[in-house]
Design a protein around this ligand. Structure first.
Ligand SMILES: Cc1ncc(COP(=O)(O)O)c(C=O)c1O
Length: 406
């Protein structure tokens, strides 16, 4: 008979970081089980109805009839994918040095590598509050001391950042990096204006702190905007830019890129232990993008997601009480809401699930337990009729909670 081992017998084997992960409570712990027919507005999955199935099938069969030996063996990432990312960065005004570009398995891979190259337990990093929950988990596992800067209607509050940096300096603390999602931020959907970006990069340069610009949603604007990539601003030698094909092609291809200072890229490459990304998948993405197909696809994504966002904003106006304040996004995947004191997000979510829909409570976006009266509502995944139904269900949960409390 197989003996079921006592898991504590492995404990001594683990590194400090791995032990920390085991003791860390997941920030998703507040999420209750949903019924199978719950309309989930919690997660920012891509809309499967616009996956480019035809283009994927055509590209895969085209590639398999090309040279299977060359694309299936150990070999560098396809040079045409480097060229594509270079071209897209150049179109945004970045002067690209190819040696500073790295193709990765998702931008999550870079977020996972960053603590390995930059953080010793107790080191300080700075994040937005709220921010991307995946990043909070990766960074917290490293044992970093996390400073949280509030996000206002125009993204990270740069005055608060300036006083945080000054404060840390007075304690002789040099933070390792500032993690920011300036364009259609996850979860608030906010767009940081050009002037704030310039101030942020200048402050980073003044204090000798790396800026990690996560640009996951940068291409998904609903109308043109002029906010530049931080890679184009004075002080850009402190900027590490991360982009991904997850939101503009499909998360399943897990292709992304990092572009930053040579010294940082050298360390990232050293810790990316599988070396380059696979030839097959990198060739697939570059094949799909050819002849302008990707840019046309992105155009159609913009109008598709703009329609969904508008439907959600309108449904909110119809179904939520007037004292629930929500951001109206100009791009990305999310509407963010600020709840009055009698509607705490976790309790509301439990009631909403009984009414048939769910959202993501705000606490999941903070490393410090804030966000108890905030909510992220994703419009990316569900169909328009379901979005509207989901918002109506959350609205009726709000009214029910108020009636019960009175
Ligand atoms: C801000 C942000 N960064 C990174 C990611 C992860 O992207 P990838 O699929 O490239 O790992 C996400 C996905 O939700 C995100 O919202």
């Amino acid at each position: 008979m197989t003996r079921v081992p006592d898991t504590s017998m492995y404990e001594q084997l683990f590194s400090q970081a791995a032990r920390r992960v085991a003791h860390q409570t997941s920030i998703l712990v507040d999420l209750p089980n949903e019924k199978p027919d719950t309309i989930s507005l919690a997660f920012g999955d891509a809309d499967p109805s616009i996956f480019p199935t035809h283009q994927i099938t055509a590209s895969v069969s085209g590639l398999l009839s090309e040279n299977v030996d060359a694309i299936m063996n150990y070999a560098p990432a396809d040079a045409r994918l480097h060229a594509l990312v270079t071209q897209r960065l150049e179109a945004r005004g970045v002067e690209v040095n190819p040696a500073q570009l790295m193709i990765t398995y998702g931008s999550s891979q870079v977020l996972g590598l960053l603590p390995q190259i930059l953080i010793e337990p107790g080191d300080t990093i700075i994040v937005e509050g709220p921010t991307f929950l995946g990043a909070v988990e990766y960074f917290a596992a490293s044992g970093a001391r996390i400073e949280t800067i509030p996000v206002g209607p125009e993204g990270m509050d740069i005055d608060a950042l300036a006083s945080c940096l000054a404060d840390l300096k007075s304690q002789n603390v040099r933070p390792k990096f500032i993690y920011t999602i300036p364009t259609f931020q996850n979860p608030t959907g906010t767009l940081m204006p050009a002037s704030a970006r310039a101030r942020l990069v200048a402050l980073a340069a003044e204090h000798g702190v790396l800026v990690v610009e996560d640009d996951a949603y940068g291409d998904l604007h609903f109308k043109p905007h002029t906010a530049p990539s931080m890679l184009t601003l004075p002080g850009n030698e402190w900027v590490l830019h991360i982009g991904t094909f997850s939101k503009i092609l499909a998360p399943g291809v897990r292709m992304a890129w990092a572009y930053g200072p040579p010294a940082v890229m050298k360390r990232l490459r050293a810790f990316k232990s599988e070396s380059d990304c696979g030839t097959f998948v990198t060739r697939l993405v570059s094949h799909m993008a050819q002849d302008g197909w990707l840019e046309r696809h992105i155009q159609s994504l913009r109008s598709h997601y703009a329609t969904k966002s508008a439907a959600m904003v309108q449904a909110i106006a119809e179904h939520f009480p007037a004292d629930v304040r929500t951001n109206v996004p100009e791009g990305g995947f999310f509407v963010y809401g600020y709840l009055p004191h009698d509607l705490p997000a976790v309790a509301l979510n439990n009631v909403a699930i009984r009414h048939g829909a769910s959202f993501l409570p705000g606490t999941t976006g903070y490393a410090n337990g804030q966000g108890t009266h905030e909510m992220r509502i994703a419009f990316s995944f569900q169909t328009v009729p379901n979005l509207v139904k989901g918002i109506a269900s959350i609205g009726s949960a709000m009214r029910e909670m108020r009636q019960t409390n009175n």
